[in-house]
Write a protein that binds this ligand. Structure first.
Ligand SMILES: Nc1ncnc2c1ncn2[C@@H]1O[C@H](COP(=O)(O)OP(=O)(O)OP(=O)(O)O)[C@@H](O)[C@H]1O
Ligand SMILES: [Mg+2]
Length: 147
């Protein structure tokens, strides 16, 4: 197998469908027989990144690629972008509005969670240019070795 990619649209402020792309990715990886712990880490990252696009970002796309040795997640949105990435990465930092907070978001833990659960996180963003979060997961890391 070379690699297989799945792409899902993500819509800003669409709380009714928010999180659906992450659920589908989780189901797909489960069907492909990936290690449960690895799937859990990918699902956490996928959900946090998807919700960030919905809450803070703009319309965009979530793309997952499964390869023999890696899984990558890329979440892109055409929202307002992030002025200070280092500040945004600080645990507890949040600009979530009242609506998002009423739904339980806004702890400022999404990006730190993504960093903790991905083997690699690259966050690219600038004001007016949207945001791109790229995460890489090594498959052998949680797989318990080859049979
Ligand atoms: N896609 C994005 N577009 C614009 N700003 C973003 C995006 N993702 C994150 N941010 C900014 O970074 C801050 C921190 O994000 P993080 O996910 O850590 O916390 P949160 O979303 O505010 O709260 P939580 O994830 O705990 O519900 C956000 O409050 C927002 O200011
Ligand atoms: Mg968040």
């Amino acid at each position: 197998m070379a690699s297989v990619s799945k792409r899902y649209p993500v819509r800003a402020r669409d709380f009714l469908h928010a999180g659906e792309a992450s659920i589908q990715i989780q189901a797909f990886l489960k069907a492909m027989g990936l290690d449960a712990g690895l799937i859990r880490r990918i699902a956490i990252c996928s959900y946090e990144a998807e919700m960030n696009a919905v809450i803070h970002g703009g319309d965009g796309e979530l793309e997952m690629t499964l390869a023999d040795e890696w899984v990558t997640l890329e979440v892109r949105d055409a929202g307002p972008g992030i002025a200070d990435i280092e500040l945004a990465m600080q645990p507890g930092y949040s600009t979530a509005d009242e609506t998002a907070r009423e739904m339980g978001f806004g702890a400022g833990m999404g990006l730190p969670n993504m960093k903790a659960n991905a083997d690699e996180l690259r966050l690219e963003s600038a004001p007016g240019r949207g945001t791109r979060a790229l995460m890489v997961f090594r498959r052998e890391a949680a797989g318990g070795g080859a049979p």
